[in-house]
Design a protein around this ligand. Structure first.
Ligand SMILES: Nc1ncnc2c1ncn2[C@@H]1O[C@H](COP(=O)(O)OP(=O)(O)OP(=O)(O)O)[C@@H](O)[C@H]1O
Ligand SMILES: [Mg+2]
Length: 562
């Protein structure tokens, strides 16, 4: 198809020497005048109008035609329509230029087509679209004698239409990318699915995503398709190096028709071995920071359109957000792991320290106190009958030291009940309940269900500390009449329920209270249980409905030993 230069026709809306222009009526004029008038009407049309005979020769043309083609009327009349319209020596034919005139001659009915005209302005390709309505002119017998062609420039509408179509395509593509990348928070899964979808959208099968590694200060492939492992493994670039390095440094996309001859490319040997030609590299930018680049390549030279660039940039922005989220998630997970390890260490150091203090209190302080009490008793007995007052004082001191001894024994137990180490969770918990609830007048039910057995020391300590906190809370805050502690030993899980019929409390308020250290007890319980991969749930009814705490911890060691 011949390409033709077009300039937008400027149609002068005037009726040359027409009677209408002078406000005269056609009916009042003669035949010459009526021809002029008719010509004036068709010349006043903004659309182009041709009248064409059976041989495809132009027998009539309006001024819009003359202006667009820059010709005088006598240069147009008598010429073939396709010569004037397309500058070609042959009739219009599909697929680009279907001839509507042929259809009108054959059917006697109007026909409508759209012709695309390609032309160049300063070497740049442009397209112009003409909507053509061809209609028959018939004689009194209804025979077609000529055909009119009314041509309207619909380029602007077509451009708008294709912009809307492109926007729709892009939206659809972005939607797909967004939904694909939001399905996971795992970085590698996000990158893989994002790359696959992008290649599908760009109708390509070669490409990859490179991420910038802060520690090594290198941009390396994290996922790739259609590229060899050698290429992806060796193509690690520093900022500014090669095409992807430049993109990561400047944050601007680079598109090349043929990377094999592009001086900016790094590792020409790898590129040649891979046979890469067209190459698009787009930054993955999030909050002004370039996280990496996405490369789309092809083994054939290809020119990426400005629409491709826009689409790739939007896709890359979506991927960058997903990458950022996945990285943050990864970081949170890493920190959570470190926090868990630290907590575990803290709890075990705390437990060790309690054990040491309890031992010291038992071996040193309580021994000294016991011998002090014994000595006081002996001293009191040895006093002569006349020293009654001193005896009374000594006896009081002895009673006091026995009382302190009792307190110290209780403290030793609370610090680290030897029962827990010696007899296990059930005995230690029973002691806890008796000494802290029953002793204060609360009616307590203590039950165990299932196959009662020793559990790993760390698990027994966790459960004991959690029940201890729950029991202390009942004693300190609940004002309960009744309480119950139930331990249920199952095959692969241990369940504990501590409940009371006290005044209850607002859990949210207690946990989020800024009045620290209040509320650390409940948080500590939760932390301890979660460290053992367990679940702790609290239900409380603030207006006197009591509180119920459920703990479930899997017995993984049992599962694995089975
Ligand atoms: N069984 C309960 N009945 C009523 N209120 C409770 C009960 N358990 C906890 N609470 C309320 O929840 C609050 C928080 O309990 P938490 O154990 O976290 O902290 P605390 O007991 O006040 O202090 P500590 O950090 O020493 O344990 C308590 O102050 C109390 O108001
Ligand atoms: Mg507490």
């Amino acid at each position: 198809m011949k390409q033709e230069a077009f300039s937008k026709p400027v149609v002068r809306r005037r009726i040359k020497g027409s009677s209408a222009a002078k406000g005269e009526s056609d009916s009042t004029k003669g035949c010459g005048n009526s021809n002029n008038y008719l010509q004036a009407i068709i010349d006043s049309l903004e659309d182009e109008l041709l009248v064409i005979d059976r041989d495809y020769r132009i027998i009539q043309a309006n001024e819009a035609v003359l202006i667009r083609h820059g010709k005088r009327r006598e240069e147009v009349i008598g010429r073939y329509c396709y010569e004037i319209s397309h500058g070609v020596p042959e009739r219009c034919h599909p697929p680009h230029h279907e001839c509507p005139i042929k259809a009108v001659w054959e059917t006697g009915k109007p026909a409508r087509v759209t012709h695309a005209h390609v032309y160049y302005v300063k070497g740049e390709k442009r397209e112009r679209y003409l909507d053509i309505i061809a209609s028959p002119i018939t004689d009194s017998q209804g025979n077609v004698t000529a055909v009119t062609e009314l041509m309207r420039d619909v380029t602007a509408a077509k451009e708008l239409e294709s912009k809307i179509a492109e926007a729709q395509r892009n939206l659809l593509a972005l939607n797909t990318i967004a939904s694909v990348v939001s399905q996971s928070l795992d970085l590698d899964t996000v990158l893989s699915s994002a790359l696959d979808k992008t290649l599908e959208i760009m109708k390509a099968n070669t490409g990859g995503i490179l991420l910038f590694e802060e520690e090594r200060q290198l941009l390396c492939y994290r996922v790739h398709r259609g590229l060899s492992d050698t290429y992806a493994g060796e193509m690690c670039l520093s900022l500014g190096e090669g095409i992807a390095g430049r993109v990561a440094q400047t944050g601007e996309a680079i598109l090349v028709e043929d990377i094999s001859v592009d001086g900016r490319a790094a590792r020409a040997d790898l590129i040649a071995a891979e046979g890469l030609r067209a190459f698009a590299s787009v930054p993955l930018r999030s909050k002004e920071k370039v996280l990496g680049v996405i490369n789309i390549a092809s083994h054939k030279a290809r020119k990426f359109s400005s629409g491709d660039v826009r689409l790739l940039n939007s896709i890359a922005a979506q991927i960058a957000i997903a990458v950022e989220n996945a990285k943050l998630h990864q970081e949170v997970q890493r920190k959570e792991k470190v926090r868990g390890e630290l907590l575990r260490d803290i709890f075990s150091i705390q437990e060790e320290e309690r054990r040491r203090i309890a031992r010291e209190l038992h071996d040193e302080t309580s021994q000294v106190l016991a011998s002090l009490a014994a000595s006081l008793e002996v001293a009191a007995d040895m006093l002569p009958a006349s020293a009654d007052k001193t005896r009374v004082t000594l006896r009081k001191a002895q009673t006091l030291s026995v009382g302190i001894l009792d307190e110290i024994h209780k403290l030793i137990y609370e610090l680290r009940p030897t029962l827990l180490d010696d007899l296990g969770l059930v005995a230690a918990t029973r002691w806890l309940v008796d000494n802290n609830l029953r002793a204060t007048g609360i009616r307590v039910s203590f039950k165990t269900v299932g196959h009662e057995r020793r559990l790993p020391p760390q698990l027994e300590t966790t459960l004991f500390r959690v029940v201890q906190e729950a029991v202390f809370n009942i004693a300190r805050h609940a004002h309960a009449k009744n309480a119950s502690v139930n331990l249920r030993f199952k095959k692969s899980v241990i369940e504990v329920r501590v409940s009371d019929d006290g005044e209850g409390f607002d859990i949210e308020e207690a946990i989020s209270s800024k009045d620290r250290p209040r509320g650390l007890g409940l948080l500590g319980m939760k932390e301890r249980v979660e460290l053992m991969s367990g679940i702790l749930s609290i239900r409380s009814h603030p207006s006197g409905g009591g509180t119920e705490i459920d703990i479930k911890i899997p017995l993984n060691y049992e599962v694995s030993s089975e």
